[in-house]
Write a protein that binds this ligand. Structure first.
Ligand SMILES: Cc1cc2nc3c(=O)[nH]c(=O)nc-3n(C[C@H](O)[C@H](O)[C@H](O)COP(=O)(O)OP(=O)(O)OC[C@H]3O[C@@H](n4cnc5c(N)ncnc54)[C@H](O)[C@@H]3O)c2cc1C
Length: 448
């Protein structure tokens, strides 16, 4: 492939940064990922990614893209102990008061901790000869050429030597430093406008704990391999139990708008027992805990509208959670970062002119669907603030009917999970054949 430049820099080695670097590696002579953390022991969480201690489901679309970017990725993960399964057939999905029907599907998911997923992507990425990780290094503000309105690199500080600021030059800098990205402030300091922000405040209280996994546990899950109990009325509490590497379960419990899961043993178990279905509690009530409960507070879904800015510096792009950070219960962030990698590749194919503008537009289009899914679902909760348009109210009404129908219909269950896994557009749920099945099932008495 033709080279677009000698050097590209990515700020942040989270899933976003690694996937941005994968796209850039095909187009730049050298790609440097600047990360403030040092690489942890194998598959251990690290400070810069505190969410790494919590359940990280990879949607089917994310797995598919990872496989495309790193052929053989799934097999390697499984060889190292990750779980693989059919998302429809092996999962127990509860929402709107019912479980989805099971059915054999082509939706395939990997069950692994976030550190393992990230560690394996990093391992494959750094096998590329032109990608290098510069760890223990803080990215400070960008270098800016005012005459050309262009970012030409960044200032960095090595954590071992705080008095010494260095500069790194680059043809392109990608900010993938996560939700706390300083790009809006950097832009303001350079005389550019900040992006408009959209927020949906949900104030989730997450609590996560690991348990030893035993073969008999699957009986409590009716033979399935994992369970997701989604937040729905009346209490909007949720829980997930997922198989992970090392013969472990990861169990995450949570509530909306300040409904906190207690961090002590009995409080954690009581919260699990309070969920609308007993399956998750039945697995953990006698299981051996392998960690203490770990909390995480997620205040709001946050979308930064860079695509609306009339002016933006050349040589600079923002990526991943720095663009949009979704309510984590829908498990979308890593998959969106995967999809952005393909979008960035496509943009680079047309060169670097107006790369930021073209990438922000492409990313915005692909963010629209997961954002609509997450925000629309959150607005079902009457206590969440936000505008409930007629469209949102109709979709939420229809999805409740859809679930009622899909509890006994594998075609509908699969269709719903294809959309939730970003393999299909939400419009697929409204196709005449599907809508007819929903309508017919809702006229029948529900089978026990
Ligand atoms: C509680 C929780 C649960 C989640 N669960 C899921 C899930 O189930 N499925 C899913 O797909 N997604 C999930 N997500 C979202 C997912 O974690 C992110 O979308 C994904 O990690 C992509 O983020 P990122 O790489 O853009 O940012 P991050 O993962 O936040 O990574 C940012 C990186 O930048 C580094 N950094 C920051 N500033 C600097 C600097 N100045 N210099 C150098 N380095 C810097 C940080 O150390 C970090 O390594 C969850 C998120 C949360 C909060």
């Amino acid at each position: 492939m033709a080279q677009l430049g000698k050097h590209a820099i990515v700020i942040g080695a989270g899933m976003g940064g690694l996937l941005a670097a994968r796209a850039l590696a095909d187009w730049y002579g050298e790609v440097t990922i600047v990360e403030r953390d040092t690489r942890p022991q194998l598959y251990e969480p690290r400070k810069g990614v505190p969410q790494g201690r919590h359940s990280h489901g990879l949607l089917a679309r994310g797995r598919e893209v990872l496989e495309q970017l790193f052929p053989g990725f799934t097999e390697e993960m499984v060889a190292r102990g990750a779980q693989i399964g059919d998302i429809v057939n092996d999962g127990l999905w509860f929402n709107h008061g019912v479980f989805l029907s099971s059915a054999s599907s082509k939706l395939s998911g990997i069950g692994a901790t976030r550190p393992m997923l990230e560690g394996e992507v990093l391992r494959r990425l750094t096998q590329l000869p032109n990608v290098r990780l510069r760890e223990g290094c803080d990215a400070l503000e960008p270098l800016f050429d005012r005459d050309q309105s262009r970012v030409t690199g960044i200032h960095v500080k090595d954590r071992g030597n705080w008095n010494d600021t260095k500069t790194l030059s680059a043809d392109l800098v990608v900010d993938s430093s996560g939700r706390g990205s300083l790009s809006p402030s950097w832009l303001a300091a350079l005389g550019y406008a900040k992006p408009r922000e959209e927020q949906i405040k949900i104030n989730l209280g997450y609590m996560t704990r690991f348990y030893r996994r035993r073969p008999e546990d699957f009986e409590h899950l009716h033979g399935r391999r994992f369970a997701i109990l989604a937040a729905c009325q009346p209490d909007w509490r949720f829980g997930a139990i997922l198989g992970q590497e090392g013969e472990r379960w990861i169990v995450t419990l949570g509530g909306y708008l300040g409904d906190q899961v207690p961090a002590d043993d009995s409080g954690f178990l009581d919260f699990a027992r309070s969920l609308q279905k007993p399956e998750l509690y039945n697995v953990i009530k006698n299981a051996e805990p392998l960690s203490s409960p770990t909390p995480y507070q997620f205040t709001a879904s946050l979308r930064r509208r860079y695509e609306e800015l009339p002016r933006f510096p050349d040589g600079f792009v923002v990526y991943g959670d720095a663009l949009c950070s979704f309510n984590p219960v829908f498990g979308q962030g890593m998959t969106v970062a995967c999809m952005e990698s393909l979008a960035l590749q496509e943009c680079l194919k047309a060169g670097t002119q107006e790369i930021a503008k073209r990438f922000f537009r492409a990313a915005s289009r692909l963010i629209d669907t997961p954002w609509q899914i997450a925000v629309g679902s959150d607005l079902q909760n009457p206590h969440v603030e936000g505008k409930r348009t007629a469209q949102v109210r109709f979709i939420n009404w229809y999805i409740a009917k859809f679930f009622r129908a899909a509890q006994n219909n594998g075609v509908l269950a699969t269709k719903f999970l294809e959309v939730a896994n970003l393999m299909e557009q939400p419009a697929a749920l409204l196709r005449p054949r599907i809508a007819l099945l929903v309508w017919k099932s809702n006229r029948l008495p529900v089978r026990a």
